[in-house]
Ligand binder design. Sequence first.
Ligand code: FES
Length: 175
Amino acid sequence: MTTTSSAQHTRRDFLYVATGAVAAVGAAAAAWPLISQMNPDASTIAAGAPIEVDLTPIAEGQDIKVFWRGKPIYISHRTKKQIDDARAVPVSSLPDPQTDQARVKEGHDQWLVVIGICTHLGCIPIAHEGAYDGFFCPCHGSVYDTSGRIRQGPAPANLPIPPYAFVSDSKIKIG
Ligand code: FES
């Protein structure tokens, strides 16, 4: 009697464990496509998924170029002088009046993030070129300042600012 009861227990335990194992495998199999979908693939990134950029390697006075939605994005680590120069200009004298403060994130004033596409006919300006130490477009001579604002040449508007946010003091998410 004891032996039979023990055998039944063992069989029940096995069935219970086996059922649990199948359920766990099933849950994992069902979850995998969801987890997999949460990691954007290359085509999704190209189509516009947000990108995160570590700012740590960009020294003061330097900039990097990254790509988001197929567009070049300049990220400049501005010096105090570059910020001061941008803020010393009377806003009313600018072709596309905008304060420097309106083009950066408060508390992160040293970081300028702009879409590197000239607002004239779409060439890619060169950073740290031109009379204002900002950007120079070699196609038709547009000159932007250290805030990415148009100062000379045929471009009608400032370099656009992409949607971005600081996720920490040294990392931004673009998009
Ligand atoms: S495209 Fe840049 S100045 Fe014309």
